[in-house]
Design a protein around this ligand. Structure first.
Ligand code: C2E
Ligand code: MG
Ligand code: MG
Length: 698
């Protein structure tokens, strides 16, 4: 060690040693950065980066070596062999390249150390090839021990440098690697130079020119620094481009491409962060969901590009409105979400009213003045919900209410008011599962002739036996199924079930199945009905379909055309719940119904109200004149039945005649009837109280 220090201090031009040190440290820094960049690049790009690392390594280490050699005061004239000098440079470059490629091999833990060792070895070979190129006037002696130690130092420290660089990507890890690489180069050189001893034998004193040598050393330093500098410049340009691209990608990933507002992903992140902040003692905040009203009209009437233009304009208004305290995101077509600070509810409402007023201002697109409305639902964290999903859901519920309100279009979440909507939504989701898990059943209610009590048919009525809530009345779940569109599957299931159950019985009785107005939106309802008849073997003449006037009002032309088709199959069509709703004579004129079902509400008062009785009489007269038989619904007492008999009603249905019941009960009653017919027992006793799910639910 002392000999090495003596060698540096006594036998070297210290200024040139300093220049060599600068080249060495700056080169090492560049080499480590470029090598690490290569490690993070894709395989083909990695080769390019490792080439640059090797170029920087070759140039800087070779230059360090040559400047330090020139700094060495041999005490005798010296010169260099040009071929060996160039070979030494190539050895450093090619060896480093191989070493860096090995070091960069993925998923091999020892690869960086092995690659580093190759780089160290090639640097050592470079050093000694360079020394062979060193021609001095004198005899040269080598100390083998120092040579071995110098090579070991180069190999071990370079291996360590590359290993450390691969383990830690933090700045201190990089610095340690640069330090170790510098130690490798310096220790190789000076230990190598200690192994080297010249005994001068001056033959020609004009052999070398020290000033020219020093100039050459400086030139080499300059060139190597230029090489390292240009390689580093490419690195810096690359890292800047990468940063820009990353920032752009980040912007794209977090913002909505149309409006430039934050997108749903960014909104979710932001919301989670705000919740955490509030949980850690930060300010409570409000989540507002904004939905544009009449936006669909712009899209439908003016085209999608006008719709896009409108969204951009409205987003710009929101951005302009934002004083920096709001986080605004577009989370869907015409839906926006806003996270805002809360001082109190009234100032929150005022802010939202101002924003809404901005959104409602008309705007021009293609010289046409357009405008939209806006409904806003608001929920406060943590007052109204204690976690993110609940907060979003409750905001949605408040928005849902705001959309249905006519005047108050800004609704704050209200646990009581929004609870009903929530339970409806839950029920709708459960209904979907109910179909799959056999919770649905079809009950049948008898229809009988008023004059002689004979059975004319049965009405199929859907029942849902909820595992926790028991029987849920159709009046509750049918509207849900209609809202969600599930009624299409549900209606088809009821029709298929009723047909399957009755076709197998071989009974000549008519089964009435209810059709929802929504089912007429089916692309081919007559085809579906025909298919079900074919599949189940049900006779068309034994099937009746019931529909209410609302089905016809919805899309008259289309519905009537479908009804004609269905009727052509031989199926009869009944007009259900007549007397409620529209009760338009036009409906009766528009289609030749096979039956009018008089709504049960008239039965309630028939015994006491002359008016109710007059209406029944009028409907029966109407039926007679149009030659359409009338069935009275909701017969609960023998008096009601007697009145109907007196008024000349054809058929009836009601709890007095038989409650809706499962098929098994109906069949049991029928079997009993065939045995007791001879005894003259009436229909009521036969179809008696068999457990109406609806009444259970009620
Ligand atoms: P609807 O078609 O008018 O069916 C008659 C309803 O009156 C049934 O109610 C039946 O249980 C009830 N009812 C029968 N007799 C009496 C009585 O004497 N007194 C009283 N108070 N009620 C009586 P339910 O089963 O609750 O069905 C209600 C409505 O739900 C039905 O009215 C029908 O519009 C609809 N619905 C039932 N099942 C289906 C179905 O499978 N598909 C469709 N689309 N709608 C159905
Ligand atoms: Mg009905
Ligand atoms: Mg009815």
């Amino acid at each position: 060690m002392i000999s090495v220090i003596n060698c540096i201090t006594n036998q070297h031009n210290i200024w040139l040693v300093l220049v060599a040190a600068i080249v060495c440290v700056s080169g090492s820094w560049a080499v480590i950065r470029l090598h690490l960049r290569g490690r993070s690049a894709s395989s083909s790009e990695a080769l390019g980066w490792q080439f640059l690392a090797a170029t920087a390594a070759g140039a800087s280490i070779w230059a360090t070596h040559f400047i330090a050699i020139i700094a060495y005061q041999a005490g005798t004239p010296v010169t260099f062999d040009p071929v060996l000098t160039i070979i030494s440079l190539l050895v450093a470059m090619v060896g480093s390249y191989c070493g860096f490629i090995v070091a960069g091999m993925p998923r091999i833990s020892w690869a960086p150390a092995a690659g580093g060792a190759i780089v160290g070895l090639s640097v050592a070979i470079m050093h000694y090839t360079g020394m062979l190129a060193y021609i001095a006037q004198g005899t040269i002696d080598w100390n083998t021990n120092y040579i071995v130690v110098s090579v070991l130092l180069a190999v071990v420290f370079t291996a360590l440098a590359i290993h450390v660089s691969s383990r830690q990507y933090r700045i201190d890890g990089k610095l340690a690697a640069v330090g170790l690489l510098t130690i490798a180069i310096v220790s190789l050189h000076f230990t190598g130079m200690t192994a080297f001893k010249i005994t001068p034998v001056v033959i020609d004193d004009g052999y070398s020119n020290p000033a020219a040598m020093q100039a050459m050393a400086l030139a080499i330093a300059l060139v190597s620094l230029i090489i390292v500098g240009s390689v580093l410049a490419s690195y810096l340009i690359d890292s800047q481009t990468r940063t820009q691209t990353l920032n752009q990608l980040k912007r794209m990933a977090l913002s909505d491409s149309l409006t430039g507002l934050a997108n749903r992903a960014s909104y979710r992140d932001h919301l989670a962060a705000r919740i955490q902040l509030a949980d850690n003692g930060g300010q409570r905040f409000a989540l507002a969901a904004i939905d544009l009203d009449r936006f669909k009209e712009i899209n439908d009437l003016r085209g999608h590009s006008a719709g896009d233009e409108a969204l951009k304009m409205l987003a710009e208004r929101m951005r302009h409105f934002n004083d920096g305290s709001l986080f605004i995101a577009r989370i869907g077509g015409d839906e926006f979400s806003m996270i805002m600070p809360v001082v109190d509810r009234s100032s929150l409402r005022k802010t939202l009213m101002r924003l809404r007023a901005e959104l409602l201002k008309p705007f021009d697109i293609d010289s046409v003045e357009l405008s939209v409305g806006a409904s806003i639902g608001v929920c406060i964290y943590p007052d109204d919900a204690q976690e993110s999903e609940a907060l979003i859901n409750n905001t949605d519920l408040a928005l849902y209410r705001a959309k249905t309100e006519i005047i108050d279009k800004i609704c704050f979440f209200d646990n009581v008011m929004d609870e009903a909507v929530r339970s409806r939504r839950e029920l709708a989701a459960e209904l979907r599962q109910a179909m799959e898990s056999n919770q649905l059943e079809v009950f049948y209610q008898v229809q009988t002739s008023v004059s002689d009590s004979t059975i004319t048919g049965y009405e199929a009525l859907l029942r849902w036996c909820h595992p926790q809530r028991g029987y849920i009345p159709p009046s509750e779940f049918i509207p849900l199924a209609e809202e969600s569109g599930l009624i299409l599957q549900l209606g088809e299931w009821v029709l298929r079930t009723a047909c399957t159950q009755f076709a197998g019985l071989g009974m000549d009785v008519r089964i009435a199945v209810n059709l929802s107005p929504i089912q007429f939106l089916h692309p081919n309802l007559p085809g579906l009905v025909a298919d079900i008849l074919g599949e189940t073997g049900m006779k068309a003449a034994n099937l009746e379909l019931e529909l209410t006037e609302s089905a016809i009002i919805h899309d008259k032309e289309r519905t009537l055309a479908q009804l004609q088709e269905i009727r052509k199959l031989g199926i009869t069509i009944a007009l259900d719940d007549f007397g409620t709703g529209y009760s338009s004579l036009d409906t009766l004129r528009a289609f030749p119904f096979d039956k009018i079902k008089l709504d049960r509400t008239f039965m309630d008062e028939v015994e006491t109200s002359e008016q109710a009785r007059s209406i029944i009489r009028a409907v029966l007269a109407l039926g007679r004149s149009l030659e359409i038989p009338v069935l009275a619904e909701g017969i609960e007492t023998s008096d009601q039945l007697a009145i109907l008999h007196a008024e000349g009603c054809d058929t009836a249905q009601g709890y007095f005649l038989g409650r809706p019941a499962p098929l098994a009960n109906i069949l049991a009653a029928l079997r009993e009837k065939s045995q007791v017919d001879e005894l003259g027992i009436g229909v009521k006793e036969l179809n008696g109280d068999e457990g109406d799910g609806a009444s259970v639910a009620a």
